[in-house]
Design a protein. Structure first.
Lengths: 335, 471
């Protein structure tokens, strides 16, 4: 297992390097002048050149990349051309918000998707199964933007139960920073007004984000469980008089879960993608918002920083998933 | 939040609340009014400007506002040489003969200078004591000015909370807000919902395409305010068929101006009359306007030697309203035999293309928003030949020695009425030569809750929260 983890880390570095080179080249291929954008439309040529020199944009491409890579080896992600703050500082400020909705969405996918998938399989062709079918169809075909606005209209505007947008009520001060995740920080510091507000604010964006992945997880668990329930060892267990509940949860589900767990790894990617849209609609200040601004402004250090971050998260999560898979399925070995 | 760096609308809102300027504008107009200067005069044709400063004004840190502070703030902006610094480029030296007397000598006589001091970008005055104590970098995330509200909290990506400055020189008697919270919300549907639910009290630049959805709703009022801006379609004046004046005049008759105003901008605009918007002094209401007339267009094209039209490219950035205007134009152009291809691209990319003559398209659409309330701002950067390419904003590569002479003359003419007359001449020539199609002057929709009162719109000072109150 240890050698597996070490090999994976090595792969991570290779993947990151490849992503960096690709993103660097592609973002520089887009015609446009980030120095002019940052200095402002009305800036004089000398001001534009000053910004260009400040950010090394006057250097040849290979020199810019070398300079960036060298900084990276020293833990320096460069300075954002737009915010003028270190990219690592910006990402540190914006990432917790994305983590907050992504983790909550993942929790919803697991906590609702797995049980719903089980019920659909066990009560195959029954009402829950039909419901999950319709739900899955909606999940993959409903545009997240539309769902978001619908949820806002119903729960925020018409019913007034939840906030329209934002991470916290405008009248509250954010909780003392520990993790940057408001719901955690407010809980850890016993700040109940903030906790209540953060919790309420989290519901709609994380539901929107979770919806598509939730539908996929439900159908995946259902399909795998039905597959496993047809296996001989399940027939044996039933013949031995094992309680049906135990058959399903102790024997069948344990064998159906590993492929479903793999799906999580892939879904993390789509959750991070979806976060960009969800953050815009719910005025949620995460890295999606940051990345959008960076790409519009040709803010190369910020674009590269965001790409690095997403790549690291994606590979890290999938490594964890593979490890969990090995624990769930004793037949799997990475040595 | 640093006034020496801030140059985009959201940052300018913070700066205009936290800092003061020497001058300001009267109400909704473009007439000068006293700010931190109570009186001013010029000499030497506009080369030397003398100001009497307001007494008894303090910065938020408690230190006194005086002529030394202004000198410090202006020299700091010039030295930092960021976005809005060009506004003060014209300054040669600043003298402080007394704490309440300031003398600014310019490099050359330049009448628009006084108007550039009546807006916050680059000219808002920071506390020298604040800079000495905290350093320059501190001002990116904090404020220390003479304005009514100071930044007390900035939750990045979410909101800026501005809290009352107890030492504000205008005082706090009467009904005023304790706090002003500037929320960062980019999505128009979300902005609308925040207003409808009362989670927000006002939006000073509501998307015009959504105004119809909130108009007449209980608890909401919509104010329509004239902007200081112009939407125009630039034509390549240096190369291709549009280098010919007759072709440019012909094209000026091919746009459905009314449709653009009524349908695309939902009535929140009026057709432009030349390059200056109606709320700015110097606007000439008697200037003739082009209109949709395909017969006239065809005749002019034939006269120019293009009876069967010609192919052309129009570049447009990713702005839905601009794209709609260009698409509408494309369909009317077809009717005069012109096949136009529309190239959509991000502004950064488009700007690079426009500022290089070899890649400049036949036409492009863009807008101009006032930097300060002087016609020079709408004319010089766009039509002076020295401003072609990336030097200024003369992206249509227009050049006319007579226009250059008149513009330079107007820059140095001390008599206000004579300046107006000079600008009238410039506008007549431009109208004739049609370097661009002046499409419309966009209005601003300000949407606020009915409980909010006291708001007075000014295009260069959009957030006058000090004068506002709630039921």
């Amino acid at each position: 297992m240890l050698s597996f983890i070490v090999r994976r880390l090595g792969q991570l570095i290779l993947v990151l390097f490849g992503m960096l080179v690709l993103t660097f080249l592609v973002s520089h291929m887009v015609p446009g002048d980030p120095a002019r954008l940052a200095a402002g439309l009305h800036a004089t040529q000398s001001q534009v050149e000053q910004v260009r020199r400040q950010f090394g944009l006057n250097l040849p491409l290979w020199a810019q990349f070398t300079r960036y890579a060298d900084g990276l080896l020293h833990g320096n992600l460069g300075v954002s051309i737009l915010t003028r703050d270190p990219v690592s500082q910006d990402l540190g400020a914006y990432f917790p918000a994305t983590l907050e909705i992504t983790l909550t969405a993942l929790l919803i996918v697991l906590a609702v998707g797995i049980p719903l998938g089980v019920v659909s399989a066990v009560r195959r062709d029954g009402l829950p199964d039909h419901f999950s079918r319709v739900f899955a169809l909606l999940g993959v075909s409903m545009p997240p933007f539309w769902l978001a606005v619908l949820l806002q209209e119903v729960f925020a505007e018409k019913l007034g139960w939840l906030p329209v947008a934002g991470m916290l009520s405008s009248y509250l001060t954010p909780p003392t920073h520990i993790t940057g995740i408001y719901i955690l920080d407010s809980l850890l510091t016993g700040n109940w007004p903030d906790f209540t507000s953060a919790f309420a604010s989290l519901i709609l964006p994380s539901l929107t984000l979770a919806f598509g992945s939730l539908a996929i997880m439900t159908r995946m668990v259902r399909a795998k469980l039905l597959d496993v329930l047809r296996q001989d060892f399940i027939r044996t267990a039933r013949a031995k008089g094992v309680l049906e509940r135990r058959v399903i949860y102790r024997h069948a589900l344990k064998n159906a879960l590993p492929p479903a767990v793999t799906v999580i790894g892939l879904q993390v990617g789509s959750l991070l993608q979806g976060a960009v849209l969800v953050e815009a609609i719910f005025a949620w200040p995460g890295v999606g918002t940051y990345a959008l601004q960076a790409s519009e402004g040709l803010d190369f250090p910020a674009i590269l920083g965001f790409t690095l971050l997403v790549s690291v998260v994606y590979v890290f999560i999938n490594t964890i998933v593979d490890i969990i898979y090995a624990f769930l399925d004793p037949r799997v070995s990475y040595s | 939040m640093d006034p020496a760096i801030a140059y985009d609308p959201p940052s300018s809102q913070v700066v205009s609340l936290a800092y003061g300027t020497l001058l300001t504008l009267k109400g909704s107009s473009t007439d000068l009014a006293p700010g931190l200067a109570t009186a001013w005069s010029s000499a030497d044709g506009g080369k030397v400007w003398t100001f009497t400063l307001r007494k008894g004004v303090k910065f938020a840190d408690g230190t006194a506002f005086n002529s030394q502070a202004v000198k410090f703030a202006f020299e700091r902006t010039i030295k930092m040489n960021q976005g809005p610094a060009w506004m003060l480029d014209v300054i040669q030296s600043i003298a402080t003969p007394a704490p309440d007397k300031l003398v600014i000598t310019l490099k050359y006589p330049y009448q628009p200078f006084i108007y550039s001091l009546a807006q916050p970008a680059g000219t808002a005055i920071v506390s020298p004591a604040g800079v000495k104590k905290h350093g320059d970098g501190w001002f990116q995330n904090h404020t220390d000015g003479t304005g009514p509200y100071q930044a007390s909290q900035w939750v990045h990506g979410q909101q800026v909370v501005m809290t009352r400055n107890p030492d504000y020189w205008q005082g706090w008697s009467g009904n005023h807000f304790q706090k002003v919270i500037l929320k960062i919300v980019t999505e128009p549907s979300t902005q609308q919902m925040l207003l409808q639910t009362g989670s927000a009290d006002m939006n000073i630049a509501f998307p015009v395409s959504q105004v119809a959805q909130v108009q007449g709703q209980k608890g909401i009022k919509v104010l329509t305010e004239p902007g200081l801006n112009i939407l125009f379609i630039g034509l390549n004046n240096k190369s291709g068929p549009t280098a010919n004046q007759l072709v440019r005049q012909a094209l000026s008759y091919t746009l459905d101006y009314k449709g653009a105003v009524q349908q695309i901008y939902s009535g929140y605009a009026q057709q432009a009359k030349g390059p200056i918007p109606p709320s700015l002094w110097g606007y000439d209401n008697a200037l003739p306007q082009y209109h949709l007339d395909l017969q006239k267009a065809k005749a002019l094209l034939a006269q120019a030697g293009y009876p069967h039209g010609f192919p052309m490219t129009i570049t447009v950035e990713e702005n839905p309203l601009y794209q709609q205007v260009v698409e509408s134009w494309q369909s009317t152009l077809k009717q005069v035999g012109i096949n136009a291809t529309i190239d959509t691209m991000p502004w950064a990319t488009e700007y690079k293309k426009l500022t290089t003559l070899s890649t400049a398209p036949t036409a492009f659409i863009t807008g101009w928003y006032a930097d300060f309330a002087d016609p020079d701002d709408f004319l010089y950067p766009q039509y002076a030949s020295s401003q072609q390419g990336s030097v200024g904003f003369n992206l249509e590569w227009y050049g006319n020695p007579t226009v250059d002479r008149l513009l330079n003359q107007a820059r140095t003419e001390p008599d206000h009425q004579k300046r107006i007359a000079l600008y009238a001449q410039v506008q007549q020539i431009l109208e004739q030569q049609a370097p661009v199609l002046w499409v419309l002057d966009q209005k601003t929709a300000v949407v606020e809750r009915s409980t909010v009162h006291g708001y007075v719109y000014n295009a260069l000072w959009p957030v006058n929260a000090y004068a506002m109150y709630k039921d």
